[in-house]
Unconditional design. Structure first.
Length: 84
């Protein structure tokens, strides 16, 4: 497997899409998890990616920034996977 091969480096980059303003909030949430507990970053990112349809333009058009963050927190902390 690549994880055991010292010749392979994995580089992960968060790249918010500028044509989706809410993308910046979603990336910010993932990075906040990383700051709090780096080991939970990829799990939080997976949840955000899986739930992205709830944050498309039409679904979040009338949300305040605070409401948007509340929805992200609810999504990331759901299912008791250790992200809290």
């Amino acid at each position: 497997a690549f994880k055991d091969d010292p010749r392979v480096d994995m580089v992960f980059q968060n790249v918010p899409q500028p044509w989706h303003p809410q993308s910046a909030y979603m990336h910010e949430a993932a990075l906040a998890v990383k700051i709090l507990d780096e080991s939970k970053f990829f799990e939080a990112s997976r949840k955000i990616f899986a739930g992205q349809q709830d944050f498309f333009d039409k679904e979040c058009l009338n949300l305040t920034r605070h409401q948007f963050y509340e929805a992200l927190v609810k999504l990331v902390t759901s299912d008791n996977s250790g992200v809290d």
